[in-house]
Design a protein around this ligand. Structure first.
Ligand code: BTN
Length: 335
């Protein structure tokens, strides 16, 4: 499928004008002037937008007023809600893709300018950490990847993912008033059920990161009962947690803005001022009994938080401090 860059289309310009004047009429003449088009061409674009699920009220002497938006993720609506920082980032929107992380890596390899964002309604080969599959049905959830060319030491990738995690939590807390938890290194949780996960992948040259792709799978609006098999116990969506659906297009636009800003703060070092406090605010492991699996190694103990490099610290049964750079953590029941 051909990637779509929504911000370059006339439909986007029309919709942005209507959203900026929400509740009011915008004349066909004004839209025509913006786009250098006749009123008849504008009318054709309005018909195209209607077929996507938009609804307009038309009054002959006044113009068009937006009265209905399509449900679900919509490229033009996401683009129309982007703030100034995010508008400079190229957005690729796909109905279906193997993996947004793979598509982002392909775009970088083809020399596209970074940062760039890839969004899809559905993935056929979505993947999570440790080679696991990521369930990626077209069910109201978000599959998005952000690609950068950061010139960082590879050792900083871990902290990068953790920093992005706290930013996603902050956004969710601000957007829907519900506070998720973070399970080191990359899980977003509500009540011990997974609401999202992050997968950071990089291509490394000598001792520098050449390309970096941050993939985020976030369960936004999937209804309870829509998960296959085991996932119905393990997964939860934001809408299920808060009890009502989210405006996924507005949310996605805010997410893109937040991630880009967080990237800037990471590169300029500003993140150091707030990172530790924010991590502690969302960390669900600190002070809890856990088991860490790292390859063949299995270690139980009490989680103590993270160090400067984003490694997980643990106090084992003999009171010794242990450090994990990678691994899979299970929260044990409180004793
Ligand atoms: C995990 O929790 O294991 C990480 C899951 C990451 C899933 C996202 S969905 C968008 C992006 N594309 C992928 O193939 N994976 C990430």
């Amino acid at each position: 499928m051909t990637p779509v860059s929504p911000t370059s289309s006339p439909d986007f310009v029309i919709l942005r004008a209507l959203l900026e004047h929400e509740g009011q009429y915008v004349s066909g003449n004004l839209l025509g002037e913006k786009l250098g088009m006749s009123r008849v061409s504008i009318w054709h674009h309005m018909e195209k937008l209607r077929r996507q699920g938009f609804g307009f009220e038309t009054v002959r002497s006044r113009g068009y007023r937006l009265i209905r938006r399509p449900e679900g993720l919509n490229a033009i609506l996401v683009a129309a809600h982007l703030g100034p920082r995010a508008r400079s980032c190229r957005l690729t929107f796909l109905g279906e893709v193997d993996s947004t992380n793979d598509e982002a890596a392909r775009l970088l390899a083809a020399g596209r300018p970074a940062p760039l964002t890839v969004l899809a309604r559905r993935q056929t080969r979505g993947r999570g950490r440790l080679g696991r599959a990521w369930h990626s049905a077209d069910n109201g959830n978000l599959y998005v990847s952000f690609a950068f060319r950061p010139r960082l030491e590879p050792g900083r990738m871990q902290t990068f993912t953790l920093w992005m995690g706290v930013n996603v939590c902050e956004l969710i807390a601000n957007f829907c008033g519900a506070t998720p938890g973070l399970k080191w290194p990359n899980d977003l949780l509500f009540d011990a059920r997974k609401a999202g996960g992050m997968l950071t992948e990089a291509r490394i040259d000598a001792d520098q990161i050449r390309d970096l792709v941050l993939g985020l799978g976030l369960n936004v609006n999937s209804p309870a009962g829509s998960w296959p098999g085991d996932l119905s116990r393990k997964a939860i969506s934001l809408s299920e947690h808060v009890g009502s659906p989210l405006d996924i297009n507005r949310f996605t636009a805010a997410l893109i803005g937040r991630v880009l800003l967080a990237y800037d703060r990471f590169i300029d070092g500003e993140y150091r001022k707030t990172f530790a406090d924010l991590w502690n605010r969302y960390d669900v492991l600190r002070g809890r009994p856990v088991t860490v699996l790292e390859g063949p190694q299995r270690q139980t103990g009490v989680a103590l938080g993270i160090d400067d490099e984003g490694a997980l610290l643990l106090r084992d049964e003999r009171g010794r401090s242990r450090r994990f750079r990678a691994g899979e953590v299970t929260l044990e029941k409180r004793g």
